[in-house]
Every structure is written in C-alpha cells, then in structure tokens.
Design a protein around this ligand. Structure first.
Ligand SMILES: NC(=O)c1ccc[n+]([C@@H]2O[C@H](COP(=O)([O-])OP(=O)(O)OC[C@H]3O[C@@H](n4cnc5c(N)ncnc54)[C@H](O)[C@@H]3O)[C@@H](O)[C@H]2O)c1
Ligand SMILES: O=C(O)C[C@H](O)C(=O)O
Ligand SMILES: [Mn+2]
Length: 566
C-alpha cells in the first residue's frame, strides 16, 4: 500500500501518511484530493504549480462535480461523468454518491451499467482492475502479484450472461466494477481492498467479434477442459495470493455458474451472487409479503418464470426457509413451480438437468392443460400462486391476462419482476398496480419511480441482491469466517426482512429503500457473522465485539489531513 492511516499522538486525530508526491500523488485515485489539497500539503508534497491556485473545500468540490453531473443529458454521459470522477478521486466519488444514492446508484449499477457494458469498447478511457485472458494462464501468479495491495473482496466475471443482456465479452467488466462500488457505497468496504476481474475466454457475440473497436480477445468462447483448467488455475492463484479474500462469482452463464459454485465453495471463501445473493433478497421479500398478509412462508404457492441461476437460487432458499417452518423438503418443493423457455418443469420432461429435476411437478396434476408442457398462464390458472417471480429476462412476460388471472384468486398477489436491466423486466409496476387495482405487493430487480394511482403515490421497492452481497461480505470479513454457506444467506434474508417497512404497515413497501441500505448491510453483516460463529466457521465473539468490528470496517468517505512519510 502506498499509504498508512495513523493517529496523532497528542490530538488522537486520524491522518494519512504517504511517501508519494507530485504528479504520482495526484494520479492515484485512492489518494488524490485534487483542488482540496491545502496550501501546506501542496508545499510538503511538491504540488506547487500542478494545481490551480484556489483551494477548494470538500463541499465546494461536491457542488462543482454535482453541477457537472447535472449538466449531462444522457444516462451514458452520467455514467462516464461518475466513473471519470471515480478514476481521479475515489473519496470524492463515494462522498458524492452517498449524498445522491437514489439518483446515482441506478447510473453506476442496474440499469445504466448495462448500457455501459454494451458500449464498453466505445467509451473505454482507463483501465481498472485486472483483465486476464485465457492465454495468460501461466502468468496468473505474476498478474495477481502486480496488484500490490491487500485485497479483501474480488468480484469476477467471464462476461457471458451480463444482466439479461447476454454475452458481452470483455464489456462485462462494467459489472464487477459496479458491484465493488456497491460494496463501498452499501457496506463501507474500503475501495483500496477491492479488485474487479474479468476473465476473457472469448465471446460468442457476433457483433462484438466483428467490431473493429472491440477490446477483448477476438475468438469464440473456449469451453470444456481448457476453460475448466483456466478456472482451476485462477482459483489456485487467488487462494495463494489472497487467502482470506472473499471471491464473488458474477454473471456467469447458467451452466458455469452452478458448476463453479459447487466446485469452489469449500475451497475458499466464495459465493455466486446471482444464485445465492438473489436467493436471499427474494426470500427476504417473500418473508415480508408473508408477514404483510398474515400468512406463513409454508403456505405460499410460488411460480417462478425462469429456471436458471437466479430462479434455482431463489427456490433453494425458499425451500430451506419452508423446511425451517415445518414442511418436509419434498412438500416445500411441491409448492414451487419453475417455468423455463419450454414451459412448466414437470416430471414428464426428459430434457431436465439435475437442478431442475428436483423441482419437477407431477405432470398428472396438469392434465387439464392444452399442451404437454403447460404455459405460464396455464400454470397460474391451475396453481393459483400467491407469489409470482420473474427471472427469465423476458420483458412483458407478466401480461395483463396472467396478472388478472392471478389477482382473481389471491387478495394480495406478490409479484416480483426481477429481471435486469429495466428493458428486461417482466412487467412495469404501473401496469401491475392498474391490473390489480393496487392490491399487488410489488418488488422489482431494477429501480422504478413510485406509481401514482387513485390519488396515492405507491413506492416500488427494489428486490436486488445489492441488499445482500455487500453486507454478507462485510459480515464474513468482520467475523473472519472461513467459508460462505447457504445458511449465511438465509440468516441475511431474515435480517433484511426484519427491516421491512411492511412489518409495521401491511401497505408499506416490502423492502427498505436504497437510502437505508447502509443500515441494512450492517444488520445483514451481524446476522451473517453470528451464523458463521454458530456453524463453527468463525471464532466466538460477543455481539458488542462483532458490532465494533463491523463498524470499524465501514469506511466513511471523507478526506484526512496528509503528512509525508519520512
Ligand atoms: N434482481 C436481482 O437481484 C437479480 C439477480 C440475478 C439475476 N437477475 C436477473 O434475472 C435474469 C435471469 O438471470 P439468470 O442468472 O437466472 O439467467 P440464466 O440464463 O441462468 O436463466 C434464464 C432462465 O430463463 C429461462 N427462459 C428464457 N426464455 C424464457 C421464456 N421465454 N420463458 C420462460 N423462461 C425463459 C431460461 O430457460 C433459463 O432458465 C436476468 O435478467 C438477470 O438480470 C436479477
Ligand atoms: O446486477 C444486478 O443488478 C443484479 C443481478 O446480479 C443481475 O445479474 O441482474
Ligand atoms: Mn448478476
């Protein structure tokens, strides 16, 4: 690390000590304060002449950067404006974000990060994190060593399933960058300790392969043994260089997502966010909906559109929670219907993988159906679900007929179109409100403005794994947990659902707002740490000790005075 945080012996005030000076100091985004360097700091660090003469306060800089942001006319320009700030001054970037969460999180995260990934090779201006190609397998140790920082959280993708947008190759790098920014925004993890990585194994996206500006390797995706050997070498190198880091797998295509999770979950502290993080936030929303309707989770009849990473992750955690509330695993699974691109997952189908087969409904139950594989509408008609969840990236899939059919049988239908970005969402909240006369309990994957209906303004909560993974990582790091388990995600879900505004007022949103996410992450972290201890994966600590460790890890982005290291 090129710096240390110390405390003054007399005043006990924190200060930052660094040996960097001149341009090198201004060019390190973790250290740069730009025009806020004081006269004295400018003298001590050799900055004279390198900055305009006026000294700005942090507030002046916030005002200047916010005005600059406000002058942009498109979302992509807003994204570029914010990432440019991140690349020159991280403290100011996070300070500005923390004051405009509702406005800016949708820019650096879903939905706008999706456009940024699609346009990655056109808007590229500066590298961030690590880009590792499959032909660099024998250099992995070297590449990780060059990071020269103590990394605590890694987020890695191979770019094959970026949100609901498909294979974006190297452009997928926008996702690990955005996810790690959220670790800092939502849980205070210091940006110096995070590392985004894209593993470039090629792309099958024709448009990218033919784009002269494309920045990734220009070949089809490499699969099979060579892919697996590369992943194995990657994990081995990570475990050697950063043995205590949390490794988050993100936006891998379905087949690889599940396999990598299973292969590595017991080898190092790793989890798959699309499977487990999504499972937990959705479980929290279902728990809150159960409480709001004075029912138990074991009574819910759940229909999931999609049977991929997100859907299977959601189903897995619903089953754990239903079993905890008294059902047998078989009885719990019987209450969950998965629907994939062919239709209902049922036991008459021969095309099911092991993950789906577990949830196969008896085909005989659906004998009234017109087709051998019942459609979503037919399933809704037959099952009369209390909860309808979308994770299939099929915009408009929850159409008026389906939603009205569901709402005929259930007083407060819970409907969660979770697919991202907004362009992939299964239904628009304003339609859901209208079709159900505002009875629907709604939560969406991407953010939506409140819906105005019958003289009311109905806020739409966001059901996004961002309410889970930052707090989970924080809890793992604070407790020193050795592994990450499904039970930790269920604990996280329980903690999050405990903060649901709907517990006190059944008509309130099912989940907290993004403005409350830092507090939510703190609760999630404590619950995760407690579960780690219960499972003997972390040393025993009092609540007080744990909370102290969690709070100590939560960085608040503010400038410190600087002193020169001697
Ligand atoms: N809100 C969140 O926190 C969150 C988290 C993870 C994923 N997601 C979103 O969920 C979506 C799916 O992600 P995933 O990782 O599960 O992807 P995936 O590729 O693993 O799964 C997609 C699933 O959709 C099914 N599908 C495709 N077309 C269909 C159709 N016409 N009808 C029914 N099913 C169809 C596929 O068969 C597959 O089972 C993405 O849009 C992603 O952004 C949201
Ligand atoms: O990135 C998000 O907004 C959530 C999720 O991880 C996704 O892949 O859609
Ligand atoms: Mn994801």
């Amino acid at each position: 690390m090129p710096y240390r945080i110390r405390r003054d012996a007399d005043s006990n005030e924190a200060y930052l000590e660094t040996a960097l000076s001149g341009r090198a100091l201004l060019e390190d985004p973790l250290l740069n304060k730009g025009t806020a360097f004081t006269e004295q700091e400018r003298r001590v660090f050799g900055l004279a002449g390198l900055l305009p003469p006026a000294v700005s306060s942090e507030q002046d800089q916030l005002a200047r950067n916010y005005a600059n942001y406000k002058s942009k006319t498109t979302d992509l320009e807003r994204y570029q404006c914010l990432t440019a700030l991140q690349d020159r001054n991280e403290t100011l970037f996070y300070h500005l974000l923390s004051e405009h969460l509702t406005e800016m999180v949708p820019i650096i995260y879903t939905p706008v990060v999706g456009i940024a990934c699609q346009e990655y090779s056109r808007i590229y201006h500066r590298p961030r994190g690590l880009y590792i190609s499959i032909d660099q397998q024998d250099m992995l140790d070297e590449l990780l060593a060059a990071v020269r920082r103590d990394v605590e959280v890694i987020c890695v993708t191979d770019g094959e399933r970026i949100l609901g947008l498909g294979d974006l190759g190297i452009g997928g790098m926008g996702i690990p960058i955005g996810k790690l920014s959220l670790y800092t925004v939502c849980a205070g993890i210091h940006p110096a300790t995070t590392l985004p990585i894209v593993l470039d194994v090629g792309t099958n996206n024709r448009e990218l392969l033919e784009d002269p500006l494309y920045l990734g390797r220009r070949h089809e995706r490499i699969r099979g043994d060579r892919y697996d050997a590369f992943m194995e070498a990657f994990v081995t190198a990570v475990a050697k260089r950063f043995p205590h880091a949390v490794l988050q797998w993100e936006d891998f295509a379905k087949n690889n997502a599940g396999r990598l999770l299973e292969r590595y979950r017991d080898r190092l502290c790793s989890f798959n966010d699309d499977i487990q993080g999504t499972g937990a936030v959705t479980l929290a929303a279902v728990m809150a909906a159960s409480a709001a309707t004075a029912t138990s989770i074991a009574e819910q009849r759940i229909v999931l559109l999609g049977a991929g990473s997100a859907a299977v992750g959601i189903a897995t955690q619903l089953v754990i929670a239903m079993v905890e509330s008294g059902l047998s695993p078989d009885a719990a699974r019987a209450q969950i219907c998965l629907i994939d691109s062919q239709g209902l997952v049922h036991d008459g189908r021969e095309d099911l993988d092991a993950g789906k087969r577990l949830y196969a409904q008896p085909q005989a139950l659906f004998s009234g159906s017109n087709s051998t594989i019942p459609s979503l509408l037919e399933v809704v008609r037959q099952v009369r679900p209390t909860v309808l969840i979308g994770a299939a990236a099929q915009p408009g899939a929850f159409d008026e007929q389906i939603v009205r059919e569901m709402a005929r049988h259930v007083e407060y239908p819970a409907i969660f179109p979770l697919s991202n970005p907004t362009s992939r969402c299964e239904a628009l909240p304003e339609d859901l409100v209208r079709w159900t006369d505002a009875r629907a309990l709604i939560a969406t994957g991407s953010p939506f403005a409140p819906v105005e209906y019958a003289g009311r303004s109905i806020p739409i909560p966001q059901c996004n794994n961002a309410f889970i993974f930052p707090g989970l990582g924080l809890g793992v790091l604070a407790s020193g947990a050795a592994r990450i388990t499904d039970a930790m995600f269920v604990a996280a879900a329980r903690a999050l659902s405990g903060l649901s505004p709907a517990l006190a007022d059944a008509s309130a949103p099912l989940l907290p707002t993004v403005e409350q996410v830092r507090e939510a992450s703190r609760h999630v972290a404590l619950a995760v740490a407690r579960e780690a201890e219960r499972a003997d994966l972390a040393p025993a600590m009092t609540d007080e000790e744990l909370i102290h460790r969690i709070d100590e890890k939560m960085w608040t982005p503010r400038y410190l005075p600087y002193r020169r290291a001697s």
